[in-house]
Design a protein. Structure first.
Length: 144
């Protein structure tokens, strides 16, 4: 019973459910103090019957947020800003280490483990999706 409540609680604080776009497992990577930039990861699902396009993001606790992807250039892994991320109806897209991520530049305050922070995602339709992300240490289960 307790476990169920905890699970429900963590779902509520780490994501948000809109009618059409469902964001889950939202986390912000906790880095050592003094590191100015970090990244956010989440899973975003389009349960509408129209294509949804993410074009940007912002967060009060960071100076700037950009959608990035990792790409290979001359055998080197590089990050590149993405002007949009298309999510087809019924599809979901993973923002995860080594792939798509939300780059957060210029942290305005030190983040604390377990803290819940708000991030606003912007769609091409002009909609803003505010998600709650959990500040967590980099997961050892995910590989680049
Ligand atoms: Cu990046």
């Amino acid at each position: 019973m307790l476990r169920l409540i905890v699970l429900l609680g963590s779902l509520l604080v780490t994501g948000v459910i809109y009618a059409e776009i469902i964001v889950t497992e939202a986390t912000v990577r906790l880095l050592p103090p003094g590191v100015p930039n970090t990244a956010a990861y989440f899973s975003i699902q389009n349960s509408s019957d129209t294509t949804q396009i993410l074009i940007g993001a912002s967060a009060d606790f960071a100076t700037k947020a950009e959608i990035h992807n990792h790409i290979m250039v001359n055998d080197m892994m590089r990050m590149e800003q993405q002007s949009e991320v298309v999510i087809q109806p019924g599809e979901s897209v993973q923002f995860a280490p080594g792939g798509l991520h939300l780059m957060l530049f210029g942290l305005k305050q030190p983040l604390l483990e377990g803290q819940s922070v708000a991030i606003s995602l912007q769609t091409k339709d002009g909609e803003f999706i505010v998600i709650q992300a959990n500040v967590a240490r980099p997961s050892v289960h995910k590989h680049h």
